[in-house]
Design a protein around this ligand. Structure first.
Ligand code: ZN
Length: 226
């Protein structure tokens, strides 16, 4: 790392110290969590399947301090949490996905009006950080052109219809014959990731793997169980 970059990082740290995403304590500049939170991490990551049978790695259950971290990233302007949370996504990928021959990283897109209102898409921040950690290109591949109800507000049986047809592929040349790593913040029913993966397969990609910070249900779910 160049001296100037190092100096800039130190200056930024002293103005705005890095904080643990799970409890908001100040932590070392390049750390991903405080010692206390790290010691209570689950000893195994989670493997789910998005609708359509696409494997999905998840770092944490969606509860307690993990849910807090995702909610802060999503609703309370804590974009600074994206980097440490992405480090946990990469850890989950290493532990749970068999085929790691990814060519590029992409994310579940937000509708442009929703993104403008929030100021950023949290899934994009996570995907960009994952790409950086893994040394892969981040590529915008999908657009969300229908504004849908937030999945957590839709009734369970309505969630498939809520996102169906909401996304479209930007350019099939971006993904043809590629193994795409698709990132989101949470997997609930797996419908959103499944719908995005469907569009990527229409574009003739080779394979879609998914990864998220949190899952709402337990580890090692059976294929298509959601
Ligand atoms: Zn902590």
């Amino acid at each position: 790392m160049g001296l100037l970059k190092k100096w800039k990082e130190r200056a930024a740290y002293s103005l705005c110290p890095v904080r643990c995403p799970y409890c908001d304590r100040v932590i070392e500049q390049n750390d991903i969590a405080c010692r206390k939170c790290k010691s209570s991490f689950p000893d195994m990551c989670y493997k789910r399947y998005a609708c359509g049978g696409h494997p999905c790695a998840a770092a944490f259950p969606y509860d307690g301090t993990y849910a807090r971290a995702v909610r802060c990233l999503k609703f309370h302007n804590r974009a600074d949490y994206a980097k440490p949370l992405a480090a946990q996504i990469v850890q989950a990928i290493l532990e749970t996905l068999e085929d790691k021959s990814f060519d590029l990283v992409t994310c579940v897109p937000m509708h442009k009006k929703d993104k403008a209102r929030r100021g950023y898409n949290q899934a994009e921040l996570l995907a960009r950080e994952c790409a950086e950690i893994m040394g892969l290109p981040y590529v915008e591949t999908l657009v969300k052109f229908i504004r849908t109800k937030p999945q957590h507000k839709a009734k369970f049986q309505d969630r498939i219809h809520n996102v169906r047809g909401a996304f479209c592929l930007i350019d099939r040349d971006l993904i043809r014959d590629k193994h795409v790593l698709l990132i989101d913040d949470i997997i609930t029913t797996g419908n959103t990731l499944g719908e995005c993966a469907k569009n990527l397969y229409w574009g003739k990609c080779r394979f879609v793997s998914c990864a998220v910070v949190c899952t709402t249900v337990g580890r090692n779910m059976e294929k298509n169980a959601d």
